[in-house]
Every structure is written in C-alpha cells, then in structure tokens.
Design a protein around this ligand. Structure first.
Ligand code: DGY
Length: 435
C-alpha cells in the first residue's frame, strides 16, 4: 500500500504546474474546476501549501458575478479543443480580465473541499486562517447559483451544458440530443490523438456540445438568455448534491470561524429549500433512486447512473430512501463479477463499459459514494467501494476511468482515457488514510 501511495504522490507532483495542477498531462493541459478541488484534497495529506495554492488560483478566476469557470486557460497551447478562442469568455462583461476561461461551470466542490482540508490538516489553526481568507469567494459562488441558475425559485439549480455536469457524455443526455439538430462543425479533435476514439465521445456528440456553446456566446453568456434559449437545461442530482454538500460545509466552517450569522442564516435558507425540493422533485419512487430533470422539455430523465446515488454524500435521502438507493445499487451495479461502481446502469442497453461516462468506474464518484455510504452506516459496502477502488488502480494504474467488469482485468489493460490522472491519485490517497 505504501508503494501505491508513493506512486500517487508522484502523479500529483508531476501534474503540478506552478500554482495549479493539470488533470492529466497532454489530454487536459489547463486547470479544471472540480478536478482542482479533488486534487487539493490529495495534496492536503502531504503538501498543504500546494493544496491552498490550488484553491487560491481557482478562486482567483472568479467572475464579477461570482461565477467560477470550468476550465481556466493558464497557458497558450493548441493541443486542446475547444480552447480559449472557441469559448471566448471575453464576450461576457462579467468575465475575469485576468484569465481566459470557458463560460460554463462544473460541480461546485469548493465548499466541501475546504472542509476536507480542515479535516485532514495537522495544523488546524493555520488551515482555518487560510479558509477564512478564501471562504467569502465560495459563498459568493453559491449566491451566484441561487440567484442566476434557479429561474423558478425552486432551490434547485440548472446546468446548461453537459460539460457542466462533469458526466460529459452520459447516456442520459441522448434524449436531449434527440431534440436538437446542430450543424456539422468542422474542427480538429485533439483528445483522440491522446486517447483511443472508442473511449471518447463521438464527432456528432461534439457537434451538440459546440452548438450549445454557440448559443450562449451569441448572448454573451447572459444567464437569463441561456435559461430562455439553451436546448440543454437540466437539474442534475450530482451537481445539486455537490452544491448542497458544500452549503453545509460553508455553514460549519463559518460557525467555526464565528461572527458570520447573516451568511449562515442565508445558507441555511438555501439549504432547507434545496433539500426539500431535491427529495420532492428528483426522487423517482418507481425506480427507487434519484434521477435528472429536463427543465427545457419539462420531464424527468428516468435513468439510473452513479449520479443517482450521489445524494448519499450530501445527506439528502431519508433512511428509507437511502436503503432503496443501496438496494438498487447492489442489485444492478454490485454483483460479484463487477467492480463498484459503474457510472451507468450495467443492465441498460445504453451501457458501454469503455466509453467515458457511459459505463466505466470513476474514482471521484467512488470517493463520494464511499463517504456517502458511511454517512448512512453502510460500513461493509463502503469498505467494498474502497477495496474495489484500490484494486482497479493496483491492477490497471492511475487511469482516468476503469472497466467495471472484473474478467477484463485478466487479459490486459482495463484502465481507459488518460493515464497518471490527478484525481485518481488524489482521492486514492484520501481513501487510504481513512478507516
Ligand atoms: C473534455 O475535454 O472531455 C473535458 O472533460 C471537458 O470538460
């Protein structure tokens, strides 16, 4: 185990670029929002100054309205598509003048990441001081979400692009692609020069992704226009779980710091409403899990994915709902010939065990599931998620995503996407330290 941990530390140190980390050399050459958060949790275990710098740099990219972008283009390189010239954050009057970025965001992990840094810290006083210096920016980011991303005032925020979900090419979006007919774009893919095309989204899927961005650009990334016009407008249980988890962390941390009653009470208001709406609207009692809601076409997207279980991480389900999630998970995702936890329902005909978010196991979702199962007292299954995560990394390496089928590991490589992937290393370190 020591060897694996040392290798993980090496991966993180190699991906560190003077002030921030890349998720993966070559494939993802900039700073990504939720990657950075998970990476900071890994660094906190052995190099707290790097963890702090990672978060500081991320928050430094904040826009005037509190928005945090999903990619911050720190360097000029033409090895990634679509880069800054496609995204054109400068079209927005609110954008950072300091950094070029995308005009979309990613799951809001920063609140709970600060609390994890505090949990891990061996010098709590110093870490709390750091947290005090950045926490208002995270609060401002939550204020951005509840003010601009919740047009019906439900306490649930929307995402307007599949890249905002983090689960980029999930089969859940297929139904939305059906409602669109984007033009055929001409462009040169860069991802498929680093990774086998069978493990990445298709060309036609990219046409949809680019078209949604073009619509947002046409309206200078104005939220009201996006809410009105984007063909993709979804209330995502994973995204909202991360926001709710982060709300609670901000409440806890502000209380530790003391003297922030107004912010704590505002956060509590958002939180109460969010948790109630989440359970009322996103729990599908027939399927027994949480599902996505398509706000544009006003219908639930009734599919089971690892996002369906993520509310455990944020303490959203009742005990009964939690029991139902665990039942479904063990029945469909957890039999003996599978590693937990595939990213999409292995019993569905849309399942593809090799293709990015259409089936493979991801370490960040396993990490959230591990802590979520512990929250509800499912210690044995939590242990299995951790053991499975360690085993796939031991067998395949620090890959971006992994096959969930055990038999594949016998004859060759079952790790897919980029290798030496930062969050696989960071969150392995964290899980190994936790008992
Ligand atoms: C990619 O390029 O696939 C990224 O995941 C977008 O965020």
């Amino acid at each position: 185990m020591k060897d694996l941990q040392n290798k993980a530390i090496e991966v993180l140190n190699n991906n560190w670029k003077d002030g921030f980390s890349v998720p993966c050399a070559n494939l993802y050459p900039f700073q990504w929002f939720w990657d950075s958060g998970f990476i900071a949790i890994g660094f906190a275990h052995f190099d707290m100054p790097k963890a702090e710098k990672e978060i500081e740099t991320l928050l430094d990219s904040q826009w005037d309205n509190g928005f945090l972008p999903h990619i911050i283009f720190h360097t000029d390189t033409d090895t990634y598509f679509p880069g800054p010239d496609f995204h054109r954050s400068d079209l927005s009057a609110q954008a950072s003048k300091k950094y070029k970025s995308t005009g979309m965001t990613q799951p809001p992990v920063t609140g709970f990441v600060l609390q994890d840094m505090y949990r891990i810290s061996t010098d709590k006083k110093a870490t709390l001081k750091f947290i005090e210096s950045v926490i208002d920016k995270v609060y401002f980011n939550h204020e951005y979400f509840y003010t601009n991303r919740d047009p019906k005032n439900e306490g649930l925020v929307y995402i307007y692009h599949n890249w905002e979900s983090g689960t980029d090419n999930s089969p859940i979006w297929d139904d939305i692609w059906e409602t669109m007919n984007p033009p055929e774009y001409t462009f040169e893919r860069r991802d498929t020069t680093h990774v086998d095309a069978s493990q990445r989204p298709s060309k036609r899927e990219y046409d949809h992704y680019l078209y949604i961005i073009d619509i947002a650009k046409e309206h200078n990334y104005k939220d009201e226009k996006i809410a009105e016009l984007s063909p993709f407008l979804v209330q995502d249980p994973l995204f909202n779980s991360m926001l709710i988890k982060s709300n609670q962390s901000l409440i806890d941390l502000y209380q530790l710091i003391g003297g922030h009653d107004a912010k704590v009470s505002q956060l509590q208001k958002w939180q109460d409403k969010a948790v109630k709406s989440f359970n009322d609207k996103l729990f599908d009692s027939e399927l027994g899990v949480y599902v996505h809601y398509d706000l544009r076409n006003e219908k639930p997207l009734r599919f089971i994915s690892s996002s369906s279980f993520s509310p455990l991480f944020a303490n959203i389900p009742s005990k009964e709902q939690a029991a139902s999630l665990v039942n479904v998970m063990m029945e469909k995702f957890g039999n003996d010939n599978q590693y937990l936890c595939a990213s999409f329902d292995p019993t569905s005909d849309r399942f593809n065990p090799k293709k990015y978010w259409r089936g493979p196991v991801w370490v960040n979702l396993n990490w959230a599931l591990y802590y979520g199962l512990k929250n509800y007292g499912y210690m044995d299954i939590a242990k299995r998620v951790k053991a499975d995560t360690v085993e796939i990394i031991e067998k395949a390496g620090f890959y971006e995503y992994f096959d969930s089928r055990k038999e594949v590991y016998k004859d060759g490589n079952a790790g897919y996407g980029g290798n030496d992937f930062s969050w696989s290393a960071a969150l392995l370190i964290d899980m190994l330290q936790d008992n």
